[in-house]
Design a binder for this molecule. Structure first.
Ligand code: CA
Length: 230
C-alpha cells in the first residue's frame, strides 16, 4: 500500500476549507488545516507536509508570503505549492512573481479539478516511499536512487557510483552550494571518492554525460558546485 500523503491547507474561508478537506480526505490524503497565515507557515515548518495548498488573501500573513517562505527555506523548498486564486488574472500574477508557486487553481473550482491538480503536483514531486524520496526529478533530469538509474529526458545515462552520489546530493538541493569538502563528507567515501580534486574530475565527466543539460551543474568559483535553480 502506498503511503498517505499529508497536505497542508491554509484557507480562512470556512466553506472553502470544508470543501477542500472533505474532498482530499475522501481521496485518502491526510489534511492539516490552518485558517491564518502565521499559523499556516508554523504548521508547515513543523509538519513538513508533502504539498501545501495556499489561499492568497489570509489574515496574519498572505499566501504569497507563505509561498516565498517555503521556497527560500532549504528544508521546505521541495514541497510543491498550489495557490488558490480568486481570478485567473490573479493566477498569472502568482506565477509571474517568481515566488516559486508550482501551480494554481482558480476559485470556484470543482472537487474533481482540485483533486486532479493535487495529484499532478504530487506526481511531479516524484514517487515517494516511507523512508524519503527515492526519485528526484529536476531540470529534466531524473535520478532514482533505489534502482540506481539516471535519466536525461527520456534517455538513460550510465553514471559511475561516485558520479551518481554527487548528482544525488546536488539534485536534492537545487541552488545550494556544496564545497568539495561538503561533497566528500556528505557522500562518504564508499563510492570511491577519495580526494577533493577527484571531485572536479567526476564533475567534468558528469557534465560530458549531461550533454545539452551540462549547464545545470554550475561551478561556484572558489567555493564548489551547485545544481542550477530555476
Ligand atoms: Ca481568503
Amino acid at each position: 500500500m502506498s503511503r498517505q500523503y499529508r497536505i497542508a491547507v491554509v484557507e480562512d474561508e470556512h466553506n472553502i476549507l470544508e470543501v477542500i478537506t472533505y474532498n482530499l480526505r475522501r481521496e485518502g490524503y491526510r489534511v492539516l488545516e490552518a485558517r491564518d497565515g502565521v499559523e499556516g507557515i508554523d504548521m508547515i515548518r513543523r509538519e513538513k507536509p508533502d504539498l501545501a495548498l495556499l489561499d492568497i488573501m489570509l489574515p496574519g500573513m498572505d499566501g504569497l508570503q507563505i509561498c516565498q517562505s517555503i521556497k527560500t527555506d532549504v528544508s521546505l523548498r521541495h514541497i510543491p505549492v498550489l495557490m488558490v486564486t480568486a481570478r485567473s488574472e490573479e493566477s498569472d500574477v502568482v506565477l509571474g512573481l517568481g515566488i516559486g508557486a508550482d501551480d494554481y487553481i482558480v476559485k470556484p473550482f470543482s472537487p474533481r479539478e482540485l483533486v486532479a491538480r493535487v495529484r499532478a503536483s504530487l506526481r511531479r514531486l516524484g514517487q515517494s516511499t516511507d523512508d524519503g524520496r527515492t526519485v528526484v526529478s529536476v531540470g529534466g533530469l531524473r535520478l532514482d536512487s533505489e534502482r540506481h538509474r539516471f535519466h536525461v529526458g527520456e534517455e538513460q545515462i550510465e553514471l559511475t557510483a561516485s558520479e551518481f552520489q554527487i548528482m544525488n546530493l546536488l539534485m536534492r538541493s537545487p541552488g545550494r552550494v556544496f564545497s568539495r569538502e561538503d561533497i566528500l563528507s556528505l557522500t562518504g567515501s564508499s563510492g570511491g571518492i577519495v580526494i577533493e580534486r577527484n571531485i572536479d574530475t567526476h564533475v567534468k565527466s558528469i557534465r560530458r554525460k549531461l550533454g545539452d543539460s551540462r549547464d545545470l551543474v554550475e561551478t561556484v568559483r572558489g567555493v564548489g558546485y551547485r545544481f542550477r535553480e530555476d
